[in-house]
Design a protein around this ligand. Structure first.
Ligand code: SF4
Length: 361
């Protein structure tokens, strides 16, 4: 006998786990108000209703040279083409100095699969940052996608690559580069960017090495709702097995200047669809307490995500990858924080560098 929508709703109210079929039913039949109220109910199991946290951060794009050729990317340049760059350590330091001056303390590193850069380039960079800044800055260095390329390029196992990076001072390798974790999606759009199986194999090795990690997701390409749910299901299963994903961040595809965007007439998903997906993620991912909403791609509308299950957000000052595809960034942090306040939330800065240093002591 098939489950009805009201049974799914009762499951969520009774704090029972929903299945992929339940999620599909919920997506199709729940109104926006119902999604919002169910997600808030689940959120309240982890967080005080009016609380939320944020991070002031930047993403540093170390190189735009990339061989992966994802069709949703406006950022990369092929090796040998004009316009390719690799940041020097001094250029990275200047970006970190600017971040610190603005009160930020988290730098995410994200760049292309550059065949001219060795694992040593990345290890030397992290070592130099740790020497210069100590624990004043935390680094999300690097994403799992880059990690996979570095391991391949160096002909090292995932375990050996993770050990090398850890020794250099890396503490986090985030779930970036996951986009939609279905094999078919990856074949359609990023066939040189590793399989789903490799992604989780790498993430397992990262955790086994004692590094920290996160989960991410990007929606708004041409993926089906079933593919979105498959991504959530894989994320939840991995979290059941490891408990190692410290947060889940979802953002949306920015289509401008990308081959896929041209095919899709540069149409972005609506803020409402994004918010509904956040709500679904909060309900589905019953084992990940921290669900993050994306100011980078939704601007001030992202704060409404706090009403749809999210409890955390970034105040970004740079990410060339999404900016090249149409993302706009505001440095008017007070204005953004005031939007959260106007919705009834009291945002607290999450001092991630300090937090990590404390767990080490
Ligand atoms: S999304 Fe990343 S891996 Fe894919 S082409 Fe762009 S820079 Fe390369």
């Amino acid at each position: 006998m098939s489950t009805s929508y009201s049974e799914v709703r009762r499951k969520i109210e009774r704090n029972e786990r929903i299945t992929p079929e339940d999620a599909l039913l919920l997506w199709r039949e729940a109104s926006d108000d119902e999604m919002r109220s169910l997600a808030s109910l689940v959120r309240a199991r982890f967080h005080a209703p009016n609380s939320c946290t944020y991070l002031l951060m930047r993403i540093i794009n170390t190189t735009n040279v990339c061989v992966a050729q994802c069709d949703y990317c406006a950022f990369y340049t092929l090796p040998g083409q004009t316009g390719g760059y690799v940041l020097t350590q001094e250029q990275v330091f200047a970006k970190l100095d600017e971040l610190l001056a603005l009160g930020g303390e988290l730098a995410g590193f994200n760049g292309g699969f550059n065949p001219h850069l060795t694992l040593d380039y990345y290890c030397d960079l992290v070592r130099a940052i740790r020497t210069r800044y100590g624990d004043r800055i935390e680094l999300y260095a690097f994403t799992i996608a880059e990690f996979l390329y570095l391991a391949d390029h160096a002909s090292l196992s995932y375990a050996a690559t993770a050990a090398r990076l850890k020794q250099a001072g890396v503490r986090w390798i985030t779930g970036g580069g996951s986009e939609i974790l279905t094999e078919d999606f990856r074949r359609r759009h990023s066939k040189f960017k590793y399989t789903v199986a490799q992604f989780f194999e790498a993430q397992t090795a990262i955790l086994a090495a004692g590094l920290r990690t996160t989960a991410t997701m990007v929606i708004g390409f041409d993926e089906t709702i079933e593919e979105r749910i498959e991504h959530l299901e894989r994320t939840r299963c991995f979290q059941d097995q490891t408990g190692g994903q410290e947060s889940f961040l979802c953002w949306n595809f920015k289509p401008w200047s990308t081959p896929l965007g041209t095919q899709l007439n540069n149409i972005e998903i609506s803020p409402k669809e994004y918010l509904r997906h956040l709500a679904l993620s909060r309900i589905y991912l019953d084992n990940i307490p921290r669900i993050r909403t994306s100011v980078l791609t939704q601007n001030e509308r992202a704060l409404e995500g706090l009403l749809y299950g999210a409890d955390d957000f970034d105040l970004p000052i740079e990410d060339e990858v999404t900016q090249k595809a149409g993302a706009t960034i505001s440095l008017n942090f007070d204005r953004i924080l005031n939007v959260a306040r106007s919705l009834g939330f009291e945002p607290t800065c999450r001092h991630v560098a300090l937090q990590y240093a404390e767990t080490l002591s």
